[in-house]
Design a protein around this ligand. Sequence first.
Ligand code: UGA
Ligand code: MN
Length: 282
Amino acid sequence: MVFQFTADLRQPTYPVFKMAENNGTNRMIIVVTPTYKRMTRIPDMLRMANTLSHVKDIHWIVVEDGNKTVPAVKDILERTRIPYTYIAHKTAVGYPRRGWYQRTMALKLIRSNTSQILGSDHEEGVVYFGDDDNSYDIRLFTDYIRNVKTLGIWAVGLVGGTVVEAPKVVDGKVTAFNVKWNPKRRFAVDMAGFAVNLKVVLNSDAVFGTSCKRGGGAPETCLLEDMGLEREDIEPFGHEKEKDREIFVWHTKTSTPNIVQAKKNATKPVPPPETFGYFVEV
Ligand code: UGA
Ligand code: MN
């Protein structure tokens, strides 16, 4: 048998999926991810785990919105071989079911177990709230988050009813936000669009409360304001180029699959979908 090699068979010009090198700092990246049972959660978490596996010096805090942790999620975390903490905190009464309570519990864990999370090799850290269904470029972690000294902010794709939300940067300073929804917020940014240095987290007791009365109910500006941050504190990332600016995080949403259900029967309840012995969170 003869194999035909074509010009398309080539070596990559740079090591895209090798462990990315640190840019002179080994600041620990602490990623906080609320998650909950649904049909698409395992594939969503799998994609996120595959991405985070390429990032050095990272600790992944995953908070299950439920009474107990889920073995299939734990297995995914184990296989990443990155340090992680997986805990369960079912959303408390009064909180919206959108990960607020889970992020609050993660903030408390970070404050009470700082040295265990940092380990002996790290003195500094950065906290990032990464939801389980977004799409992350590895460079978000290596080029942006790792370098956050106080509060880093960058563009997020496909969010807030528009194709991109981004800070408006003039002479290196954020003067406003290019967003459609509620641009008057002090920090008009999605959860995926910022990270805060660990020292900011440790110097405050700010959490996600049961509601956010400011900023049209958005939790992001409430948290950052409660941390005592001002617009002048923002370090913008990814705005340097005049055009062809790249987006490193996308607020994608995985749609619920349309599962063909067994016909309704007046006497018997509808049986769960057949999984042939495979594990699916139905
Ligand atoms: C948007 C933002 O991107 C979120 O960061 C923000 O918390 C949310 O709005 C909000 O309104 O507060 P969106 O994509 O609409 O998020 O919401 P989801 O991705 O469904 O949920 C955000 C995170 O919370 C996810 O990691 C999800 O797994 C988790 N979640 C959601 C729970 O833990 N429990 C739930 O009942 C729902
Ligand atoms: Mn989402």
